[in-house]
Design a protein around this ligand. Structure first.
Ligand code: PHE
Length: 339
């Protein structure tokens, strides 16, 4: 019996000391001290031992168990420390490695174009206003002479929030807001985001416009043409020409669409202007007297010119960008070209 205990103790010692991992230590614990472990088998044989020997053998078993438990704990501690040390080593940060650079920020080309255009118009005596992107149907359409069943609503695929609230499809709502709030003479521009449910290489569901409005006595189409020609020369270069094509907007009469000579080829025709030599950047016109009247301005006393400029189109013309989608991808390699 004693020999048997000694043998078990010996082999347990060997196994514990050579245990390579915490998992194997725990397996060893089960093997020797567990319910079906080696000592349980020994205890079962205790019935063959004489009465006076029993306490002795019992003590031997208990002592052996204690020794094994002690060895197990010690081995566990050693292995735990070793594993921790390895983990610390493997996760160590080499402070001598070069760091990741975060790079310099720069303005987005859209922001740059807005600020260039704003500078030009403020230089011409315009002030800048701002308005909500979530707009009433009344200001976005109705008061701009686009009633509910008007076919012109189809020109702009609208995101409706409710029957009466929309994501503004055009900054022209700012014409109404300005005229309702302020007395003429007025000279404002209003840059901002607009939304239409369109998405392809030349349309994004969100894009930017700058609305312009001049209300004064004796404003004519000549003023509009002179103003926009001057603007184009300032934004592109002094040789830039403008072309005014008749168009239709319910809130202006007459209405025009404005092209500028392609900034890339100077009007000869290239891939950017699709060989035409021209780039369309604006819709404009003389504000419909009905709209003035609706805002409480007497059309017999005052007249107004308005224009709406597509900022992305202008940015494309200004910087020679061929696919509009890249403007919104925010790829740093693209953005870093515009500082
Ligand atoms: N709001 C028009 C559009 O988005 C542009 C425009 C503005 C036309 C002002 C005339 C006057 O297409």
């Amino acid at each position: 019996m004693e020999k048997m205990i000694e043998k078990i103790l010996e082999s347990a010692k060997c196994e514990i000391l050579s245990s390579p991992s915490l998992k194997s230590v725990s397996d060893t614990r089960v093997k020797y001290l567990g319910k079906n472990g080696e000592f349980t088998a020994v205890m079962k044989n205790l019935k063959d031992v004489s009465a006076e020997q029993k306490p002795l053998v019992g003590k031997l078993v208990n002592d052996a168990k204690c020794v094994i438990e002690g060895l197990l704990s010690e081995r566990e501690k050693t292995l735990f420390e070793k594993e921790l040390e390895n983990k610390i080593k493997s996760e160590a940060i080499d402070v001598t490695l070069p760091g990741k650079k975060s790079g310099f920020g720069s303005f987005h080309p859209i922001t740059l174009v807005i600020s260039e255009i704003t500078d030009i118009f403020t230089g011409l005596g315009f002030s800048v206003t701002d308005g909500p992107e979530i707009e009433t149907d009344k200001y976005n359409f109705e008061m701009l002479n686009i009633p509910k069943d008007h076919p012109a609503r189809d020109m702009q695929d609208t995101f409706y929030i409710t029957d009466d609230i929309v994501l503004r499809t055009q900054t022209s709502s700012m014409q109404i807001r300005t005229m309702l709030k302020e007395k003429p003479p007025l000279r404002i521009i209003s840059p901002g985001k607009v939304y239409r449910s369109d998405f392809d290489s030349s349309h994004s569901p969100m894009f930017h416009q700058i609305e312009g409005l001049v209300v004064d006595k004796h404003i004519t189409l000549c003023d509009l043409m002179g103003l926009l020609t001057e603007f184009a020369k300032k934004l592109f270069d002094k040789n830039t020409k403008t072309r005014f094509r008749p168009s239709y907007f319910p809130f202006t009469e007459p209405s025009v669409e404005v092209d500028v000579t392609c900034s890339e080829c100077g009007g000869k025709g290239c891939s950017l202007c699709k060989g035409t030599g021209w780039m369309e950047i604006l819709g404009a016109g003389i504000v419909n007297p009905k709209v003035l009247e609706g805002c409480g301005i007497d059309p017999n006393e005052y007249s107004a010119l308005a224009f709406g400029l597509g900022i992305e189109r202008t940015a494309i013309a200004r910087y020679g960008i061929s696919d509009m989608r890249i403007v919104f991808e925010n790829d740093k390699r693209f953005l870093q070209n515009y500082r």
